[in-house]
Design a protein around this ligand. Structure first.
Ligand SMILES: [Zn+2]
Length: 103
C-alpha cells in the first residue's frame, strides 16, 4: 500500500473538488448576453417576470448581476449565495427570485 490512496480517500477528494467547482459555477448570477434578465418567484413558479439590472460587474470576461430591482416593488436586491437567488422582503411576503432562461 504505502503512499497509495485508498479508494475511499480518492473518492472523497474527487467529491470535494466536484462540489467546489459546482458551487463556483452555479453560484454566480451571470448576466445573459442580450442583457434581459428574467426571474421566477419560487413560491409562485407560474409567472416569469422581467427584472431590471441595477448594478453589474465583470468577472473573467463575463458580466455578473450585482443588484436587481424587485419586479414587484423595485427594491434593489442583492444576490444571496445561500439561496442562489435574489430576495426581496420589502413588499409584504418574502419573495425569493430565481434566475430563469428567457424562453
Ligand atoms: Zn419587492
Amino acid at each position: 500500500m504505502g503512499r497509495r490512496q485508498t479508494m475511499m480517500e480518492k473518492y472523497k477528494m474527487q467529491m470535494k473538488a466536484y462540489r467546489k467547482k459546482r458551487m463556483q459555477q452555479d453560484n454566480t448570477p451571470f448576466l445573459p448576453i442580450d442583457g434581459n434578465v428574467y426571474v421566477m418567484d419560487t413560491l409562485d413558479a407560474t409567472k416569469k417576470l422581467k427584472a431590471e439590472v441595477l448594478k453589474k460587474s465583470t468577472k473573467q470576461h463575463r458580466e455578473i448581476i450585482e443588484s436587481l430591482a424587485c419586479p414587484i416593488c423595485a427594491n434593489p436586491m442583492e444576490w444571496d449565495s445561500k439561496w442562489e437567488a435574489f430576495i426581496c422582503v420589502k413588499h409584504g411576503k418574502k419573495a425569493i427570485y430565481e434566475l430563469v432562461d428567457q424562453d
